[in-house]
Write a protein that binds this ligand. Structure first.
Ligand code: MIC
Ligand code: SF4
Length: 755
């Protein structure tokens, strides 16, 4: 039986009335995304149609998922909200804090030891507040959610940008910062700007070396890292129906890399098969009863141009395998063109590592397809030229893959089987072969490949591909290897070819598992004690941020003008810093250390306007704070792209930065800034970015009359006394301005609870 089946049945019992009503008020047929959004309105039945990309709407998500690295801050905030229990079903998953080094049997016990304080904290908070707890080793949050909790037509939020993975089972699942999750856990509505809709029509059928991953690699190439911002991507067409549910999950997962709010697919037989295979016949039966409400209306899919804001069509029969990278997930190259492009760009051709795993590509099907390639290498006597690492997505997948001999195939190729966890995908990788910053290439089936992400080395060129392509490339050891045309030389000196991969959508003998790693919370957690030692270097209870003094901000100094890409990995690096995710002051020592200073093109080297000297960003900012000098961070386009980690907003806030002024924001980060009481604004004229000088002082002229839709005027005073007055835009609505006034959204919740 599925978890929380009553909740799921309740959603299905309301869906027809709510969708019919939405059709009536909008006066048109509906896409799946709209059906899910309109059936999850906080106010119940829709009373009017919403304007996409404009109206802020309150929703009532069905469930929440948090992972260990973000749950610490989310739960530290929730503990302040003064509630007894999480208001909707919530789970915590321990997956980010486990380093990959020697293999699961060594790495997991070692992670349990080094992060015991954090795991114990998460376990006890979960127990206290009625939250389901998935222990370290149970699996990666999004695979575990897909296997256990996701359901067609549902709406969930999660404190991780790849929460969107659950779109593979027809959900609208959205990544958020911890403060958003706290709203919903506290029984309040969750607000989102009603998304725009991008329709992707999939025709034809995947075959040969082409995999679901290639669909999203292609889409990323078309839309780029910000092309999906503010939109839900809805996939449909015969090509969509012909793919497995986990393949759909892969595509939805990496929709985070184009900035999409989420991605989804209509309910179909692949989802039904997956639900039944994962012990949820009850959900499949219930979904079948309301089938037509769990997919878009026929008229919408027949004439997508009329109903979506943008339509992309991809013929799967013509799609070729791709590799995306390096350093950005949208640099798409068909594998056949890789050789030429790599040479032109001086990308190292030799591949050091092939890594298969991460929440986006660690399903049973993924492992079977990669194993079918690996097995050929073993059978045809080809030794893998690159090192090989595998992270299964969950204990259920690992257990089943071991039973079915898949892991043995990889081991025969000398692969290391790492823990069922994020591992190298989030820089939790003690890479044995290279230290320092040597230039090198790796290929992986993950979703992100930003600079330094996997191993902390800025010169590691990471390329993203499907698991089967990663396997082929790792075997050949070459980035320019095209298995559709190229051959390999085996141990006997013979020329051999790798045949097309084959895979199994679901295990023929069913999934199996010993201990899945789940701990249910006690019924009444009121007597459970949560301890945080004041001496801890990993956990720290939160102090409320200061409210706004109601005055115009003046005399603010420039902390850094960030050049180019500034992702959340640049603002609050992961890897070794994951240790401090529960300790705001300690983690603030990584604040913006990866951002490139536009004035000297160096990282973590900025000029202090107090001393005139150059120093690290956190150290410089701490001095401004001590001197009571407010500061401004300036950035480029899509600032804060990537992760949901609210640390990227809380750290500057904690250190005394008041304003982040950029050309454009990534959605989750912009919301995170607002929630934490920061002023996140954009240049009205993006060329004004060029006006900002290293010694600038900022005076806000009309912040005192901060109001929705009203641009803000800022006087920028340069070192020579000359001035420019520029305009900044913002997207704060009335309630969000209240967060700013109160110092944070949490301060407002506490105030409302006290009243
Ligand atoms: C990521 O893939 O970047 C992460 C690590 O999963 C993050 C969450 C985090 O920073 O903890 C995400 O995607 O939101
Ligand atoms: Fe973990 Fe990587 Fe997935 Fe983020 S993208 S949840 S780090 S596996």
């Amino acid at each position: 039986m599925a978890y929380d089946i009553d909740m799921i049945k309740k959603v299905y019992s309301q869906i027809s009335e709510r969708v019919d009503k939405a059709r009536e008020v909008t006066g048109k047929p509906l896409s799946l995304s709209e059906k899910i959004l309109y059936s999850h309105l906080w106010d119940g039945n829709a009373s009017r149609g919403f304007t996409r990309g404009k109206d802020y709407v309150e929703f009532s998500p069905d469930r929440i998922a948090c992972q260990d690295a973000t749950a610490q801050m989310a739960l530290l905030q929730f503990m302040q909200a003064g509630k007894k229990q999480a208001a909707v079903p919530t789970t915590v998953h321990c997956d980010h804090l486990i380093q990959a080094k020697l293999g699961a049997q060594f790495d997991l016990p070692s992670a349990k030891k080094s992060s015991d304080e954090v795991f114990d904290f998460l376990e006890s908070v979960s127990n206290k507040y009625g939250i389901g707890f998935w222990k370290p080793g149970a699996g990666i949050i999004h695979q575990v959610v897909l296997e256990n909790y996701a359901f067609p037509g549902g709406m969930m939020i999660g404190t991780d940008s790849h929460t969107v993975n659950a779109g593979g089972l027809g959900m609208v699942a959205i990544g958020v910062g911890g403060a958003d999750a706290v709203d919903v856990m506290a029984g309040m509505p969750w607000e989102l700007k009603f998304p725009k809709l991008i329709g992707v029509k999939l025709t034809g059928k995947l075959s040969g070396w082409t995999a679901p991953k290639d669909v999203i690699l292609k889409v990323a190439g078309i839309l780029t890292v910000k092309g999906g911002t503010g939109a839900i991507i809805e996939y449909f067409g015969e090509g969509a129906r012909s793919m497995s549910a986990t393949g759909k999950g892969t595509i939805c997962n990496m929709g985070a890399e184009v900035g999409a709010t989420t991605s989804t697919f209509g309910y179909d037989e692949s989802m039904e098969r997956y639900l039944r295979a994962t012990n949820r016949a009850d959900v499949a039966d219930a979904a079948n009863d309301v089938k037509e409400y769990l997919t878009g209306d026929d008229e919408v899919y027949a004439n997508p141009e009329q109903y979506f804001d943008e339509v992309i069509e991809i013929n799967l029969s013509e799609l070729r395998p791709h590799l995306n990278g390096p350093f950005t997930p949208d640099l798409a190259t068909p594998i056949s063109e890789m050789g030429e492009k790599a040479k032109a760009n001086d990308w190292p051709i030799n591949v050091d590592w092939g890594l298969i795993g991460s929440c986006t590509n660690s399903s049973y099907e993924d492992l079977t397809r990669a194993a079918s390639v690996a097995k050929q290498a073993v059978d045809k006597k080809v030794k893998a030229k690159s090192d090989f690492g595998i992270n299964p997505g969950s204990e259920t997948i690992r257990f089943t893959a071991e039973r079915d001999g898949l892991l043995q195939i990889f081991e025969d190729l000398d692969a290391t089987i790492f823990t069922n966890a994020c591992g190298p995908c989030i820089g939790q990788w003690d890479r044995s072969d290279r230290k320092g910053d040597e230039k090198n290439t790796i290929v992986h089936s993950f979703n992100r490949n930003f600079s330094k992400r996997a191993d902390g080395n800025p010169n590691t060129h990471a390329f993203v591909g499907s698991p089967e392509m990663v396997a082929a490339i790792a075997i050949s050891g070459r980035l320019d290897f095209d298995p559709t045309t190229d051959t390999l030389i085996n141990e006997d000196g013979e020329e051999v070819r790798l045949d097309e991969p084959t895979g199994l959508e679901l295990p023929p003998k069913g999934f199996d598992v010993g201990d899945p790693g789940y701990l249910a919370p006690t019924e009444d957690g009121s007597s459970v004690e949560v301890k945080v030692s004041p001496k801890s270097e990993r956990l720290q209870l939160l102090e409320p941020f200061e409210p706004w003094d109601g005055k115009n901000l003046t005399g603010a100094k420039l902390l850094i003008k960030a050049h180019g890409k500034c992702t959340t990995d640049h603002i609050s690096m992961a890897g070794p810093w994951l240790r401090f995710r529960g300790h705001l002051d300690n983690i603030s020592n990584n604040c913006l250390i990866g951002a490139v200073n536009a004035f000297n093109m160096k990282t973590n080297f900025v000029k202090s306007q107090i001393t005139g000297e150059y120093d690290a960003v956190p150290a410089t900012q701490r001095k401004y704070k001590a001197a009571g000098v407010p500061t401004v961070v300036v950035g480029d386009h899509n600032y804060g792209e990537g992760s949901s980690r609210e640390h990227a907003a809380m750290e500057p806030r904690h250190l005394g930065v008041k304003v982040v002024l950029v050309k454009s924001f990534a959605r989750i980060h912009e919301t995170n800034l607002k929630k934490q009481g920061m002023l996140g604004i954009t240049f009205e004229n993006e060329n004004d970015y060029e006006l900002i000088q290293e010694d600038d002082t900022f005076n806000f002229i009309d912040l005192e009359s901060f109001a929705p839709d009203k641009p803000l005027a800022i006087e920028v005073v340069h070192a020579d006394g000359s001035k420019d007055t520029i305009k900044a835009l913002h997207t704060y609505n009335e309630p969000q301005i209240e967060w700013f006034k109160e110092g944070s959204a949490l301060n407002l919740i506490k105030k409302q609870n006290a009243a």
